[in-house]
Write a protein of this length. Structure first.
Length: 185
């Protein structure tokens, strides 16, 4: 999917078809210096420029093809940039940031993006709910839940630790308490 950009001559013909039909108009377009011919020529160049801009905007509006706007994508989706990573890694991280469901496989995929080896993920407790509710009586407060997650990993590069942890944490709701244990297991 992309926006095709034709040569100006193709647009000139399309613009010409917008004019009325008849011998008067045919004579106007036969003369390459007539106002009608010059108008079509000028507008066709404008259309080429607009369509090229549209193609660039479309490319930058998709994470998988963005280049110039990666910093902006990272700022909006991640809250900060991924300095020092290659474009393909940055795109992969941004793509993962939009994932809705998180599971052990997706945690390991995020680890791969940062060259971090996830050795074990433990959820020692099931989510616990607190509060009192009675039939027919509205509770004073809503339910509160929390869950613990222990992520064991081997981190070859300490410089990416903060970005890696932020990426994992951003996938979970705020009621998850995460502990990262490095060195394997």
């Amino acid at each position: 999917m992309g926006i095709n950009v034709n040569e100006p001559e193709a647009y000139q013909e399309s613009i010409r078809k917008l004019f009325p039909r008849g011998s008067y108009w045919d004579k106007q377009f036969e003369d390459t210096k007539s106002d009608c011919s010059l108008f079509c020529k000028a507008k066709s160049k404008l259309l080429v420029r607009i369509r090229k801009s549209m193609a660039t905007l479309q490319k930058e509006s998709i994470i998988q093809t963005a280049e110039n706007t990666l910093d902006d994508w990272e700022r909006v989706l991640l809250g900060k940039g991924s300095i020092g990573l290659e474009i393909s890694q940055r795109r992969a991280i941004l793509g993962a940031s939009k994932a809705g469901n998180i599971n052990i496989s997706s945690i390991k995929e995020i680890g791969k993006m940062y060259d971090v080896s996830i050795t074990k993920v433990i959820l020692p407790f099931q989510p616990a709910f607190f509060g009192h509710s009675f039939f027919g009586i509205a509770p004073i407060a809503g339910l509160a839940a929390f869950a613990l997650i222990f992520i064991y990993a081997f981190l070859p590069n300490e410089d990416i630790r903060e970005d890696f942890e932020a990426q994992i944490i951003s996938k979970f709701l705020s009621n998850y308490i995460m502990y990262f244990i490095y060195g394997g297991e």
